[in-house]
Design a protein around this ligand. Structure first.
Ligand code: GUN
Ligand code: ZN
Length: 428
């Protein structure tokens, strides 16, 4: 049975280029409608033009709602769903007090499935259609996440979190078992449907040099996989890394010397970078993932968005749930804006929307598939109500242009703003 097309009308936002390159507003295009066919975006244009092109299509009119690509969250820990908003600790104490005990519970595959489903429910309600998640050390935590994402038809990335020291008994693997388990999961899942495997050493403090070496070898054998980890999040952490790796030039070097620096590398946080680290990350065109609600919640510091994007770094945006304090990419954009202000640089709404969609998709090397509304791309699309609460509606009512119309939703919006979510051309 041939599937008829779907036409969504509203204000359809797409990007022709990066809004960090020149005029942020001019980088975006607004169309009246988008046509979805066979799971893909078939065309954008005026309502009349798309009806002429696809007369059989089912039409969904959304008047002046915003229609954009589904949000792409470039760094999360789905296993931390149940311990989000845990009080009063900074990074290392937070990991030991809250995170590791919760991650221990994933020894039970049923618990992993329960939380994977809960995480996907919560994030879909917030308009997130793709996430790149850490799992736990347990292979079953990867199985649970991929199985749940596959059933929903989502493009999702995860990997077994590897750690063989400085973690409690029961939450440590070894260099060899991390390699073997990661390899088996990668071979089973990478490239299946819309799923991708990311090689996932947690961070240098919880891996021995032998384990980082093994992860580097696995990456060299599977160069089309992403590799995700953490980098220079808190100053105490950096001092600890220095004492654990006395021969390394800096934190980044602990990865570089073990084959864990590359273009498909995703480095979460990347706040307190040395000049050499910035230069090397730029040279290899690695992705830095900004996690603003986490960086304020755990008290980590201010990411240098303006400096790094001006320097040509590849940057993605992420919640970092549950170090991050929200499942919402709207709330995450608001926090990115606030951190920009504290750094003396106001991010334009076009830049914020780009970071949450195309920017993160490009960081994940998926910019040709998701994160934008362009013909041929996968139809992961959301419809945003730009007047979803009385407070937002009264500000939206006298907006002078589209960016002023969007900005109150960025700053004050939540899951109530997400009117519809389409995955692969199907409404959820
Ligand atoms: N560094 C190492 N592990 C983690 C984690 O789970 N969350 C955050 N925010 N930082 C980390
Ligand atoms: Zn993280």
């Amino acid at each position: 049975m041939a599937q008829h097309g779907i036409i969504l009308t509203g204000q359809v936002l797409s990007y022709d280029r990066s809004p960090f390159a020149d005029d942020p507003a001019a980088a975006a295009t607004l169309n009246e409608a988008v046509l979805l066919e066979r799971g893909l975006i078939a065309a954008t244009g005026s309502r009349a033009a798309l009806i002429a092109k696809a007369p059989e299509a089912e039409i969904h009119d959304h008047s002046n709602a915003l229609i954009c690509a589904g949000f792409v969250d470039a760094h999360v820990h789905y296993p931390q769903t149940a311990m989000i908003a845990s009080w009063g600790k900074r990074l290392i104490d937070w990991l030991n007090s809250y995170t590791f005990p919760e991650e221990m519970r994933f020894i039970d595959p049923d618990y992993a499935t329960l939380i994977a489903e809960r995480y996907l429910d919560l994030t879909l309600a917030n308009g997130t259609t793709t996430a790149c998640s850490f799992a736990t050390i347990h292979p079953a935590s990867v199985e649970a996440f991929f199985t749940a994402a596959q059933a929903r038809g989502q493009r999702m990335i995860t990997g077994k979190t590897c750690m063989d020291r400085n973690a409690p008994e029961g939450l440590r693997d070894t260099a060899q078992s991390a390699y073997d388990d990661s390899k088996a999961l990668l071979e089973k899942w990478h490239g299946v449907d819309r799923l991708s495997y990311a090689i996932t050493p947690r961070f240098s403090p919880t891996s021995t040099p032998e384990q980082l070496e093994a992860m580097g070898a696995l990456w060299a054998e599977n160069p089309d996989c992403l590799m995700q980890t953490h980098l220079s999040e808190q100053t105490d952490e950096i001092a600890w890394v220095r004492s654990l790796y006395p021969s390394a030039r800096d934190y980044l070097d602990t990865y570089e010397m073990h084959g864990l620096l590359g273009e498909r590398g995703l480095y979460g946080h990347a706040i307190h970078l040395e000049p050499r680290e910035r230069d090397r990350l730029r040279e290899v065109n690695a992705a830095l993932i900004h996690c603003p609600t986490s960086n304020t919640f755990i008290g980590s510091g201010l990411f240098d968005m303006a400096g790094l994007t001006a320097g040509g770094h590849r940057v993605g945006l992420a919640t970092d749930t549950g170090g991050g304090s929200s499942f919402s990419m709207l709330r995450t954009m608001a926090a990115a804006y606030e951190i920009g202000q504290l750094n003396g640089a106001a991010l334009h709404p076009s830049q914020l929307m780009y970071l949450a969609t195309a920017g993160s998709a490009k960081a994940l090397h998926m910019g040709d598939k998701i994160g934008n509304i362009k013909p041929g791309m996968e139809a992961d699309v959301i419809v945003l109500d730009l007047a979803s609460t009385p407070a937002i509606a009264q500000r939206h009512a006298h907006a002078d242009d589209i960016w002023e119309a969007i900005f109150p939703t960025i700053m004050m919006g939540d899951d109530r703003a997400i009117r519809e979510v389409w995955i692969n051309g199907k409404r959820i």
